[in-house]
Write a protein that binds this ligand. Structure first.
Ligand code: CP
Ligand code: NVA
Length: 309
């Protein structure tokens, strides 16, 4: 029996493969119930606070709609509109909010903020993206892959692009699910080495593997899933031009996709920049499942909230 009540959702590192599989199963069950119009008000009368320090389309809408569908309520709290934006500490914010709410979702820059918030809060905290990781998205992505491929273990996922928050969470997830992940990034933009080591350790226990290379073709070779993300994440906009130079040759396009398996799935967390990290032909083509992914944010996060809140 998987018991997650009260647990934070800060990163996939804190969850066992069995717990992650449980969340995916629950997400698929809640998705089926939602589509069938079956009631599943697992969080009736509960409230989620959503602190945003960065922009969002999917995260904001899917968390808010998700709470509504679960019978609860969600509050949108832009950082600049609450006292946190005027210097009230993360700890005081966490302690105050814990007196009103049943859970907090936060999207912020420094990962430290999420960790500090979770430490001071007496209610579960969910990481809605930091500069370091994006675990809600990665859980959703593995749910989406499982739906389309029928399994995760043994599959190869290639991530081509920036060694950012997205690939960090994907790497940990792949390792926990016994998948083979190959990451191709230019020198200077590779994923954090410590997390690569941690992921390799997880992979050694599940039969998965983690490869980091500078060669996109090597990563894409025989891949079941191809993933990319923007070259300049939120907060890195000033580096756009130098990044465009560094990442030329790392575009996911038809030529590179000729190295992947014929029935590869293309995934992207969105928002995307067509003509930069991905060609129009790939992201709008028959192998692309990016809107299934976007939809699944709703179902995966409902599973997370229903389990921990
Ligand atoms: N993928 C994702 O988190 O999208 P938003 O930035 O729109 O929330
Ligand atoms: N890596 C991107 C993901 C957006 C959902 C960013 O941090 O901007």
């Amino acid at each position: 029996q998987t018991q997650l009540k009260g647990k934070d959702f800060l990163g996939l590192v804190d969850y066992t493969p069995a717990e992650l599989n449980y969340l995916i199963d629950l997400a698929r069950d809640l998705k089926a119930k939602q589509k069938a119009g079956e009631a599943h008000q697992l969080l009736k009368g509960k409230t989620l606070g959503m602190i945003f320090e960065k922009s969002s389309t999917r995260t904001r809408v899917s968390f808010e709609v998700g709470m509504f569908q679960l019978g609860g309520h969600a509050l949108f709290l832009s950082k600049n509109d609450i006292q946190l934006g005027r210097g009230e500490t993360v700890s005081d914010t966490a302690q105050t909010m814990s007196r009103y709410l049943d859970g907090i979702m936060i999207r912020t820059f420094a990962h430290r903020n999420v960790v500090d918030l979770a430490r001071a809060a007496t209610i579960p905290v969910i990481n809605g993206l930091t500069d370091f990781s994006h675990p809600c998205q990665a859980l959703t992505d593995y749910m989406t892959i499982q739906e389309h491929k029928g399994r995760l273990e043994g599959l190869k996922i290639a991530y081509i692009g920036d060694g950012n928050n997205m690939v960090h969470s994907l790497m940990v997830g792949a390792a926990k699910f016994g998948m083979h992940i190959a990451v191709a990034s230019p020198e200077g933009y590779t994923p954090q080495e410590e997390l690569v080591r941690t992921s390799k350790e997880f992979a050694s226990q599940t039969g998965g593997s983690v490869l980091v290379t500078n060669d996109p073709k090597e990563a894409a070779a025989d891949a079941d899933v191809i993933y990319t993300d923007v070259w300049a994440s939120m907060g890195f906009e000033a580096e756009q031009q130098e990044r465009e130079r560094a990442f030329s040759g790392y575009q996911v396009n038809e030529e590179l996709m000729s190295y992947a398996k014929k029935d590869y799935l293309f995934l992207h967390c969105l928002p995307a920049h067509r003509g930069e990290e991905v060609s129009e032909g790939v992201i709008d083509g028959p192998n692309s499942f990016v809107f299934d992914q976007a939809e699944n944010r709703l179902h995966a996060q409902k599973a997370i909230m229903a389990s921990i809140m």
